[in-house]
Design a binder for this molecule. Structure first.
Ligand code: ZN
Length: 91
Protein backbone atom coordinates (compact mmCIF):
# COMPACT_ATOMS: atom_id res chain seq x y z
CA UNK A 1 0.00 0.00 0.00
CA UNK A 2 1.53 3.30 -1.10
CA UNK A 3 0.15 5.80 1.35
CA UNK A 4 3.45 7.19 2.66
CA UNK A 5 3.18 10.49 0.79
CA UNK A 6 -0.27 11.17 2.19
CA UNK A 7 0.81 10.78 5.81
CA UNK A 8 0.72 13.93 7.91
CA UNK A 9 3.07 14.21 10.86
CA UNK A 10 1.77 16.46 13.57
CA UNK A 11 3.58 17.72 16.63
CA UNK A 12 1.81 20.58 18.33
CA UNK A 13 0.53 21.65 21.72
CA UNK A 14 -2.54 19.41 21.53
CA UNK A 15 -0.72 16.30 20.33
CA UNK A 16 1.82 16.72 23.12
CA UNK A 17 -0.91 17.29 25.70
CA UNK A 18 -2.91 14.20 24.68
CA UNK A 19 0.23 12.04 24.63
CA UNK A 20 1.18 13.31 28.08
CA UNK A 21 -2.29 12.56 29.49
CA UNK A 22 -2.31 8.99 28.13
CA UNK A 23 1.42 8.43 28.65
CA UNK A 24 2.03 7.50 25.02
CA UNK A 25 4.70 8.54 22.50
CA UNK A 26 2.33 9.03 19.59
CA UNK A 27 -1.11 8.18 18.26
CA UNK A 28 -2.73 7.92 14.88
CA UNK A 29 -6.00 8.97 13.41
CA UNK A 30 -6.56 8.14 9.75
CA UNK A 31 -3.50 9.39 7.84
CA UNK A 32 -2.38 11.68 10.65
CA UNK A 33 0.29 10.70 13.15
CA UNK A 34 0.37 12.86 16.27
CA UNK A 35 3.51 13.02 18.38
CA UNK A 36 4.12 13.64 22.05
CA UNK A 37 7.52 15.18 21.36
CA UNK A 38 9.59 16.20 18.35
CA UNK A 39 12.12 13.56 19.43
CA UNK A 40 9.74 10.82 18.33
CA UNK A 41 9.42 12.17 14.79
CA UNK A 42 12.68 10.47 13.82
CA UNK A 43 12.20 7.34 15.89
CA UNK A 44 11.99 4.53 13.34
CA UNK A 45 10.34 2.10 15.75
CA UNK A 46 7.55 4.55 16.62
CA UNK A 47 7.01 5.50 12.95
CA UNK A 48 6.70 1.82 11.93
CA UNK A 49 4.27 1.25 14.80
CA UNK A 50 2.07 4.21 13.87
CA UNK A 51 2.20 3.42 10.14
CA UNK A 52 0.71 0.02 10.97
CA UNK A 53 -2.18 1.86 12.63
CA UNK A 54 -2.59 3.99 9.48
CA UNK A 55 -2.76 0.77 7.46
CA UNK A 56 -5.32 -0.67 9.90
CA UNK A 57 -7.34 2.51 9.48
CA UNK A 58 -7.45 2.11 5.72
CA UNK A 59 -7.88 -1.66 5.50
CA UNK A 60 -10.21 -2.56 8.39
CA UNK A 61 -13.82 -1.47 8.10
CA UNK A 62 -15.02 0.63 11.05
CA UNK A 63 -11.52 0.49 12.52
CA UNK A 64 -11.94 3.31 15.09
CA UNK A 65 -14.99 1.57 16.60
CA UNK A 66 -13.31 -1.85 16.51
CA UNK A 67 -10.14 -0.41 18.04
CA UNK A 68 -12.09 1.24 20.84
CA UNK A 69 -13.91 -2.01 21.57
CA UNK A 70 -10.59 -3.91 21.67
CA UNK A 71 -9.14 -1.24 23.95
CA UNK A 72 -12.06 -1.55 26.37
CA UNK A 73 -11.90 -5.38 26.31
CA UNK A 74 -8.15 -5.96 26.38
CA UNK A 75 -6.54 -2.63 27.23
CA UNK A 76 -3.39 -1.55 25.45
CA UNK A 77 -2.41 -5.18 24.94
CA UNK A 78 -5.14 -5.58 22.31
CA UNK A 79 -4.81 -7.34 18.93
CA UNK A 80 -4.31 -4.12 16.95
CA UNK A 81 -1.48 -3.00 19.24
CA UNK A 82 0.09 -6.47 19.04
CA UNK A 83 0.05 -6.16 15.25
CA UNK A 84 1.64 -2.69 15.43
CA UNK A 85 4.31 -3.95 17.86
CA UNK A 86 5.17 -6.74 15.39
CA UNK A 87 5.46 -4.12 12.63
CA UNK A 88 8.11 -2.29 14.65
CA UNK A 89 10.49 -5.18 13.96
CA UNK A 90 9.80 -5.33 10.21
CA UNK A 91 12.56 -4.16 7.89
ZN1 ZN B 1 -0.22 1.55 18.89
Amino acid sequence: MNIAKKIKYINNYWSRLICAIFNIAAFTFSNRIFFGSHYYRNNERIIKHELKHVEQFYTIKFFPIKYLWELIKNGRNNKYEKEAILAEKEV
